[in-house]
Every structure is written in structure tokens, then in C-alpha cells.
Design a protein around this ligand. Structure first.
Ligand code: ADP
Ligand code: AMP
Length: 213
């Protein structure tokens, strides 16, 4: 199954991706996680991306399309995948379509998690992420079982550098200007399904599983 989780920053894509991985045993492909790994590893690509990420701006399409091309070509993607945070621009969506066409595969569903901007700031400022596996928690809405420790891998939970009130504003602007137009793109393609992302984490998961039956 080839899936895409779509939505504003902080809508819950990474959180729901973990449940899809468990249920369908397919990998999560998060461009945000891949960029953060490149920064940690000190690669040239990571260094270039960092300034955009810290400012809450989108990283250039050519960089993103390059890393996705490489990732989708890896063996574990043959049984399917969950795209998370990609594509974010029309150029990325068109590049993905071309890439999938060449691979002889197509998207089964794009799942949009709908959350209004007013709720996003609180979600992002309370987010804690695992420094090892990238899993996402929230101090109030989705706390880890043991404070500051990841439920999935035991890694340490940290605050992302771009998870602050100032950056959220630019990230939401980028989302509305550059990413939200993809809702019409995938609706026209006939693969778009929309979910109320304001419900509790577990309810969103149940709704998502129901529409994947
Ligand atoms: P995204 O991957 O879309 O940027 P995350 O999955 O990291 O978003 O979620 C952003 C924050 O909101 C995290 O702190 C997460 O724990 C929390 N969160 C996710 N889903 C919900 C939900 N349904 N209700 C409340 N908080 C949520
Ligand atoms: P995320 O982890 O999805 O919230 O992404 C964090 C940051 O990484 C974003 O604010 C962008 O700067 C960058 N990023 C992640 N994915 C993309 C993408 N598909 N296109 C452009 N920039 C991206």
C-alpha cells in the first residue's frame, strides 16, 4: 500500500505514521526526519537545509526531490510506504508522479489530517520528539509513558529547534501558500480522503484505519 499523510505542520502526520507502520509493516518516509538526520551527520546537504528549516521555510525542491528519489529506490519500499511531509509543493508532487510512473506504481490514498491553525501553535510548542527514532509526543495531549523517554525505543525526548512560536508562523504561511494547493491536486486525482485531525490521537487512528479497510 502506497500512502501519503498530508496536513499542516503539527497536524499529527508523524504520530499517525507510527500506527500505520505497525499495522501495515511499511516504512515511513519523512523528509523532515531525513533532513534532520543529514544535519546530525553534518553532510553538505544537511548544512544547506538547516538555514531554511531554522527559518521555517521550505528547503529547495531540487534537494528534496533528490533525497526522495534515492529513498523510494531502496528495497524496503517495494512493499509500500507512508509519505510524511512530502510533497509540499506542486513541483514536488509532479516529480513524485513522474517517479512513481517510472517505477510502475501509484498512490493508493492521500490522507489529509485537518486541523485549524489556532490549534497548531499549542501542538508544536508542546511537541517532544525522540532524538533516536523521531517519534513524536506532546507534553499534554500525548505524553510518553515515562517523562522525556521515548515509548518506542527508549531514546531521549528533545524539543526541535524549529518548534517555537515564531517559526510556527512562517511554517504555517509556507503551508498555506505552497502546500495547501495540493489538496485540489490530489482531489482531482481521486485519491484524497479527509479526516478530522482535531479528535484525540486514538480516535484519529481509528478513523484512519476505518477508511483503509
Ligand atoms: P506532524 O508530523 O504533522 O508535524 P506530529 O505528529 O509531530 O505532527 O504532531 C504534532 C504535535 O501534536 C505532537 O506534539 C503530537 O504529540 C501532537 N498530536 C498529534 N496528534 C494529536 C491529536 N490528535 N490531538 C492532540 N495532539 C496531537
Ligand atoms: P517536518 O519535520 O515535516 O515538520 O519538516 C521540518 C522542516 O523541514 C520544514 O519546515 C522544512 O524546512 C523542511 N522540509 C521537510 N520536508 C520538506 C519538503 N517536502 N519540502 C521542503 N522542505 C521540507
Amino acid at each position: 500500500m502506497n500512502l501519503m499523510l498530508f496536513g499542516a505542520p503539527g497536524a499529527g502526520k508523524g504520530t499517525q505514521a507510527k500506527y500505520l507502520i505497525e499495522k501495515f509493516n511499511i516504512p515511513q518516509i519523512s523528509t523532515g526526519d531525513m533532513l534532520r538526520a543529514a544535519i546530525t551527520n553534518g553532510t553538505a546537504m544537511g548544512m544547506e537545509a538547516k538555514s531554511y528549516m531554522d527559518a521555517g521555510k521550505l528547503v529547495p525542491d531540487s534537494t528534496i526531490i533528490g533525497i526522495i528519489k534515492e529513498r523510494l529506490g531502496q528495497a524496503d519500499c517495494k512493499k509500500g510506504f507512508i509519505l510524511d511531509g512530502f510533497p509540499r509543493t506542486l513541483a514536488q508532487a509532479e516529480a513524485l508522479e513522474e517517479l512513481m510512473k517510472n517505477m510502475g506504481i501509484s498512490l493508493d490514498k492521500v490522507i489529509s489530517l485537518n486541523v485549524p491553525d489556532e490549534l497548531i501553535v499549542g501542538r508544536i510548542t508542546g511537541r517532544r520528539v525522540c532524538s533516536k527514532c523521531g517519534a513524536s509526543f506532546h507534553v499534554e495531549f500525548n505524553p510518553s509513558k515515562v517523562a522525556d523517554i521515548c515509548d518506542y525505543c527508549g531514546g531521549e525526548l528533545i524539543i526541535r529547534k524549529d518548534d517555537n512560536a515564531e517559526t510556527v508562523k512562517s511554517r504555517l504561511e509556507a503551508y498555506h501558500a505552497q502546500t495547501a494547493p495540493l489538496i485540489a491536486y490530489y482531489t482531482d486525482m481521486g485519491v484524497m480522503v479527509e479526516l478530522d485531525g482535531t479528535k484525540d490521537v486514538n480516535e484519529v487512528t481509528q478513523d484512519m484505519f476505518a477508511l483503509l479497510k
